[in-house]
Ligand binder design. Structure first.
Ligand SMILES: Cc1cc2nc3c(=O)[nH]c(=O)nc-3n(C[C@H](O)[C@H](O)[C@H](O)COP(=O)(O)OP(=O)(O)OC[C@H]3O[C@@H](n4cnc5c(N)ncnc54)[C@H](O)[C@@H]3O)c2cc1C
Length: 587
């Protein structure tokens, strides 16, 4: 019987597992998807082979691609972009690691305090989380992004609209900056050689394939691959905890094993988590019990499992309050080279406290075509749509067709994309629930994801319009000869707060320790536990920092360990002890 079971091995689960394994606890991690043990062979980097939601290697589904993907039910056109497997959705991610806006935490009294979703703040202060941010930043590690032509073009636009340059990790005014990202900076021949091979090449090789899974540089030990998706960072650490932590004990990882139920029993006046039942890829069912259960299945699957396990939902907030940054996509077409498809995919950003942010998003051709033709406003030039989005100063609004489409796609390296990251409100109406009107999949009732896209709160809609206007102006100032607003339908790349922690027991599922208010011994350690949309900041760094804080709380309060984050130095995932253990154990 393990001390702790962690459900899900994506962005948050391995952080919890690594921290607890470092404290010598017996940790079992159960992941529903495959493990890409040989990333150079497993990641072909061909766009359809990787990203096809039905049978791509990065999809939501079981390990065997011959078996069907797991469906989601959506209320309107849209797509939930997540990945099953060791690394979870960080296999896709761009590694951007901004800290959340200070205004989304309790105790913030800056001049812009009223601009945020003040009804749904984090139940602790930014300063309380700072040491955990620093710990995760050192562990991944987070570095200033290596940049190229597309970032230079983005910065030119930022300067052109009068934004100042920010050189800090914290944001106090509207400004632009290089991303802080978890992609190792290029060294040696990386980015220069045609076939960059370790150790001559180290860090990011500028291959441009962040989206398809990072396996570069060729020949590098797994923990020294450039992108710090958790398969390359926290997972090697959790599996080698005895090598880098005194008294550490490697976690056990089971893959292609889907947890179908969290068990709980009534003890005295409380409901207490006791264990889980999972089904492996061959259909075998197994129950495992533990003192603590950590749910880290992501913002869709965590509420789904909680609800299908029929755990207490007294305030009705299980699955509610889902936030997604109400994303939008604006692109400009240039005469000159923008380097859109090259390098780390998104290395520059602009922040607008209280409104959200903008970042460049470099894409290879198929994803580029998808991103500019996926619209909630219909086809450019078509009849009016019900979307509240305006042109915001762009030349077109909607799905680009005809001459504009041909011209743009004739050379992806003359496009610059800007992703709009809205600081969106927590709203009761936006939620994950169990779909009763569709057939179940192999794991029971499928998740229904409802985002009332066109009727978001006034503040959310205002923020998105404001940011779209800034993005259009930025692209014009950068020299774009035409600018197009796509007005994405819900394209859920950033998904959060569906099992949120909060200041009020009436509107949150967890307390400030990620501890379920309804089930003792059940903790949440993925994006779903986030209290809100973070002010528009990409979520993973904050999820990982909150998970670290929760791990320390579990170890100290349940297993008698001493706190360690403020009293010891973090070990980096690229530390020689990790590398040696990874090589010796063939991980
Ligand atoms: C294209 C793209 C780019 C992105 N770029 C960035 C970025 O630059 N910066 C950033 O911060 N974020 C980025 N994100 C978002 C980032 O990937 C997520 O924030 C992060 O992966 C969320 O972590 P998670 O643990 O909540 O969920 P996930 O990473 O989705 O992990 C959940 C895991 O749990 C498993 N699981 C679920 N249910 C069960 C079950 N019942 N039993 C067993 N296993 C289960 C799943 O298979 C999955 O592996 C990006 C996302 C996309 C799609």
């Amino acid at each position: 019987m393990p001390d702790v079971i962690v459900i899900g091995c994506g962005g948050g689960g391995p952080v919890m597992a690594k921290e607890l394994a470092g404290q010598g606890l017996d940790v079992l991690v159960i992941e529903g998807g495959p493990r890409f043990a040989d990333s150079e062979a497993d990641f072909s980097r061909l766009e359809n082979d990787a990203n096809n939601p039905i049978n791509g290697y990065l999809r939501v589904g079981p390990a065997s691609r011959d078996r069907p993907a797991y469906p989601r039910s959506l209320r309107q056109d849209g797509f939930v972009w997540q990945v099953s497997g060791v690394g979870g959705t960080t296999l896709h991610y761009y590694g951007n690691c901004p800290r959340a806006s200070e205004g989304v935490f309790s105790g913030y009294d800056g001049a812009d305090a009223d601009l945020y979703d003040t009804d749904h703040l984090f139940p602790f202060t930014f300063e309380e989380l700072r040491p955990y941010y620093e710990w995760v930043e050192a562990t991944l590690p987070v570095q200033t992004a290596a940049m190229g032509t597309k970032e230079a073009t983005f910065f030119k636009g930022c300067e052109g609209i009068g934004l100042p340059h920010n050189t800090s990790k914290d944001v106090s005014q509207a400004s632009f900056r290089a991303q802080q990202n978890s992609i190792l900076q290029p060294q040696g021949t990386a980015g220069k050689a045609k076939d960059p091979v370790y150790p001559d090449a180290q860090g990011c090789t500028f291959c441009g394939h962040c989206f398809q899974g990072c396996s570069m540089p060729r020949g590098a030990p797994r923990n020294l691959k450039a992108k710090r998706s958790t398969d390359n960072s926290y997972v090697p650490m959790m599996l080698t905890a005895d090598a880098w932590a005194s008294g550490g004990k490697p976690a056990t990882l089971i893959t292609d094993a889907f947890v179908q139920r969290i068990h709980a029993e009534r003890r005295g006046g409380s409901v207490v988590a006791t264990g889980v039942t999972f089904v492996d890829g061959k259909g075998a069912r197994q129950r495992v019990d533990a003192e603590v259960v950590v749910l880290a299945g992501g913002a869709v699957e965590s509420p789904r499992l909680y609800l299908s396990s029929r755990l207490p939902n007294d305030n009705g907030w299980a699955g509610r309050g889902f936030t997604d940054h109400h994303l939008d996509w604006i692109f400009g077409v240039f005469d000159e080279d923008t380097g859109n498809s090259k390098g780390a995919s998104s290395s520059a950003r602009a922040d607008f406290p209280g409104y959200g942010g903008l970042e460049n998003g470099g894409l290879p051709p198929a994803l580029q075509a998808f991103s500019m033709t996926f619209s909630d406003s219909g086809t450019v030039g078509g009849r009016g749509s019900a979307s509240p989005a305006t042109k915001a100063g762009a030349d077109t609004l909607g799905r680009v067709v005809g001459r504009d489409l041909i011209e743009a796609l004739s050379d992806v390296n003359r496009i610059l994309n800007v992703l709009v990251l809205t600081d969106d409100d927590v709203e009761f109406q936006n939620r994950v629930s169990l779909e009763r009107l569709a057939l179940p999949d192999a794991n029971g009732a499928i998740p229904r994801v409802e985002v009332n896209h066109r009727r978001r709160s006034k503040r959310t809609l205002r923020n998105r319009e404001f940011l779209a206007g800034r993005a259009v102006a930025l692209l014009r100032a950068a020299g774009a000869k035409s600018v197009h607003r796509v007005d994405w339908p819900p394209l859920m790349l950033h998904t959060h707060s569906s099992m949120r922690m909060g200041t009020s027991a009436r509107t949150s599922m967890c307390d400030q320790w990620g501890h379920s208010r309804g089930v003792d011994g059940l903790y949440i350690a993925d994006n779903s536990v986030l209290a809100n949309g973070l002010g528009g900041a990409n979520p993973t760094l904050t999820t990982q920092s909150v998970a670290t804080r929760t791990a320390e709380h579990i170890a100290t309060t349940r297993f008698g360990r001493d706190p360690w984050v403020r009293s010891s130095a973090p070990v980096s995932s690229i530390d020689d002890r990790v590398t040696e253990a990874v090589l010796a154990r063939g991980l």
